[in-house]
Design a protein around this ligand. Structure first.
Ligand SMILES: [Mn+2]
Length: 350
């Protein structure tokens, strides 16, 4: 596996110098953050990011994300233009040597939590999701804002968008996803860019919006939309593992066997209710996911693709982008690298 770290560009308080000093770190996963959703990413801008990364001794290994315009998810006639733009962005990324693109198909809101800095007993804080709190959250007030969300909408625009989604149920969203996939995967294959769909986070409907990439069956349905290694998945332990009915390790093994795992997000979550969880340190003992078994699965299938530590807690007084501080993610990377070294040795001795 290739250990990489998410970097939010020049405004990220975590620097490329910081990232390079994490043991075993090979590269970064990043994006172009100042281009409006739906517009084409120019080659020069991609090249600039790549060269900046290289100057710091790291590879630009994965793009996360190229966001999908809402008109594509809604299936509006204007989607044609946005799909063409998406295709061109993939061609440009491929031409600049980018091999993997992570993206998601969640309507309106990206990852959602009810508290971004929940105090844990050891004095650190973490992102949590509590179902009872989420049920009282109303995005229509326009006052909710989360780090992963597109916050460029005015309150009126957001409400208009939510109104449009009333005509889109789960099956309609599947239809719109299939339409998109059939248009972009051939282009991705030609550009040699492996697509890696991220599961919905959390993996169930929130605010009455449909969410469809949530479990083993839906991931299976997704890969069958287009039979190609370029139509693959980001296997995210924290997203899929945040409901008890998902056996993440079993799912990971299943999709590794099908050769559809193009990217891995590794983090732990502690389940505290049917639809409530707290993000935890990466160690198996800190949460509900057996991280040894996750890395063992990657080792057993000889996974050579990229993996990144996912959200971390805020520790040692660090402040910054919730979930994306330096320290706890660096500890996570080191732990995952340790598990990898051990499983590789066992593999070679066995
Ligand atoms: Mn993830």
């Amino acid at each position: 596996m290739e250990m990489i770290f998410r970097w939010y560009g020049k405004s990220d308080p975590v620097t490329l110098e910081n990232i390079r000093q994490i043991p075993g770190m090979k590269g970064i996963v990043s994006a172009i953050y100042d281009i409006a959703v739906g517009e084409v990413w120019p080659r020069e801008t991609i090249r600039e990011l790549k060269e900046t990364t290289k100057r710091h001794g790291l590879e630009l290994s994965v793009i996360e994300s190229v966001p999908v315009h809402e008109d594509i998810k809604l299936g509006k006639p204007t989607r044609e233009k946005y799909i063409e733009n998406y295709q061109q962005t993939l061609r440009n990324l491929g031409a600049e040597g980018i091999k993997v693109v992570c993206y998601n198909f969640m309507p309106v809101f990206d990852w959602t939590r009810t508290d971004l800095a929940f105090d844990l007993p050891d004095g650190s804080n973490a992102l949590i999701f509590e179902e009872a709190v989420a049920q009282k959250m109303d995005p229509r007030t326009g006052e909710l804002e989360l780090p992963g969300w597109d916050t460029s909408y005015t309150k009126d625009e957001l409400n208009a968008l939510l109104d449009e989604y009333q005509a889109v149920d789960e099956e309609k969203l599947w239809e719109n996803l299939a339409y998109f996939i059939k248009k972009i995967i051939p282009v991705a294959a030609e550009a040699d860019v492996k697509m890696a769909l991220h599961p919905d986070d959390p993996p169930f409907s929130i605010f009455g919006l449909p969410r469809i990439i949530t479990d083993q069956d839906s991931l299976e349905r997704f890969i069958q939309l287009y039979d190609s290694p370029y139509n693959g998945l980001t296997m995210c332990s924290g997203s899929l593992g945040s409901i008890a009915s998902n056996d993440f390790v079993k799912m990971l093994r299943y999709f590794l066997d099908k050769e559809r795992v193009n990217f891995v997000h590794a983090r732990n979550v502690k389940l505290v209710g049917p639809r409530s969880f707290q993000e935890a340190a990466h160690l198996s003992s800190a949460g509900s996911i057996d991280m040894y078994e996750v890395i063992k699965a990657l080792s057993d299938f000889n996974y050579h693709g990229p993996i990144r530590p996912d959200h971390g807690r805020m520790i040692w007084g660090e402040t910054g982008k919730p979930g994306y501080g330096l320290y706890d993610r660096a500890l996570g990377a080191t732990y995952l690298n340790g598990l990898w070294e051990a499983t590789q040795k066992q593999r070679n001795e066995g």
